[in-house]
Design a protein around this ligand. Structure first.
Ligand code: SF4
Ligand code: SF4
Length: 331
């Protein structure tokens, strides 16, 4: 089994492009915050212009189309074709499985790398309590439809205290479905989750007892599994992706972030105005990336301090890794 920490690199860039924030679901952990991200839907000409803004390094850049629900955009297929025309390295569509506007009839498996489906429970009851009534059946139906048309499918499972107990059921479900890549995410404390009592993230012990073991089980079936590293020992090196990688999270109101944890605040480092990418004045997320603290991620310490633990002398017992740092397991 091959297990590796995926190092940050300027050679590989990701463009997370939220082309709208509208969605047919209202997941309890939805990270979209319309006050910060806007409620508009970008028209196709604007999408094309904004894709061009990031296309200098297109051959090294993965584009991920997101929303809201991106298939609610009637011109998503044209956006995919434009990203291909500009030579982007790979294209993924993240979807809740409803696959609106007959998207599977408008693109081909050659147009995209993956359709990435979100499922947050191995059972209907657990998933639907988080993502909404009927969403479990719809995502499974969407996966079957996509696989029947030869699209490559991946799955995202956002772990919280409401569904971690069902992660051990996922290896069988994934094998039966025919999923090729599996992504485990940690629930972010932003958007709707920031309003929840108890914050819903699992403890370090539960995370470390469950995630690597389950990831290995799934990987043993020939599926590539990716999950966030989250915890670093005090001896392990810490890096902030904001300093060493090119990741851009673009929202339809023109805000461009480099750190997803900053998205609930007006801390974006860039803004798109009149189809031009402009650096924002201080203070923004970039000023935080440069700070060095023994606890690792500065943003984590500010908004998720409950993840930290100290000795009686006040020394941190471990560091929190950048949320973009991933472990990847495959056979
Ligand atoms: S998490 Fe995704 S699918 Fe769920 S409400 Fe938010 S945008 Fe929609
Ligand atoms: S999550 Fe923390 S370490 Fe990663 S980019 Fe944001 S501020 Fe930097």
């Amino acid at each position: 089994m091959l297990k590796q920490t995926v190092a940050f690199s300027k050679e590989s860039s990701n463009l997370f492009f939220h082309i709208l924030t509208k969605c047919n679901l209202s997941c309890t952990h939805c990270y979209i915050n319309k006050e910060q991200h806007g409620a508009n839907t970008l028209d196709i000409e604007t999408i094309k212009n904004w894709l061009a803004l990031f296309s200098k390094k297109a051959a090294q850049t993965n584009v991920i189309f997101l929303g809201g629900e991106p298939t609610l955009h009637s011109d998503l297929s044209l956006a995919v074709k434009e990203a291909n025309r500009l030579g982007y390295k790979s294209i993924t569509i993240d979807t809740n499985g409803y696959l609106f506007h007959n998207i599977l009839d408008k693109i081909t498996p050659d147009d995209i790398g993956f359709l990435s489906f979100s499922l947050d429970g191995a059972t209907r009851a657990t998933n639907d309590a988080i993502r909404g009534e009927g969403s479990y059946d719809m995502v499974l139906k969407g996966i079957h439809k996509a696989l029947a048309k030869n699209f490559s499918c991946s799955m995202i499972y956002t772990v919280s205290d409401r569904n971690i107990h069902e992660l051990e059921l996922m290896p069988n479900l994934i094998r039966d479905l025919g999923i090729q890549r599996f992504f485990i995410q940690v629930i972010g404390i932003r958007g709707e989750s920031s309003k929840a009592r108890g914050k819903r993230q699992v403890s370090k012990k539960i995370w470390l007892d469950t995630i690597p073991r389950t990831a290995e089980k799934i990987a043993a079936q020939g599926i590539i599994v990716t999950y966030p590293k989250v915890f670093l020992t005090m001896d392990e090196p810490f890096q902030c992706a904001g300093n060493v990688a090119d990741n851009y999270f673009v929202f339809p109101n023109g805000r461009v972030y480099q750190c997803p944890i900053c998205e609930d605040f007006a801390l974006h480092s860039h803004e798109i105005r009149k189809n031009r990418l402009i650096a924002t004045p201080k203070i923004n997320e970039k000023d935080l990336f440069g700070l060095t603290i023994p606890e690792g991620c500065v943003m984590n310490k500010m908004i998720q301090p409950q993840n930290l633990s100290y000795t009686s002398e006040g020394v941190p017992e471990y560091k929190i890794a950048c949320c973009m740092l991933k472990e990847e397991i495959s056979i």
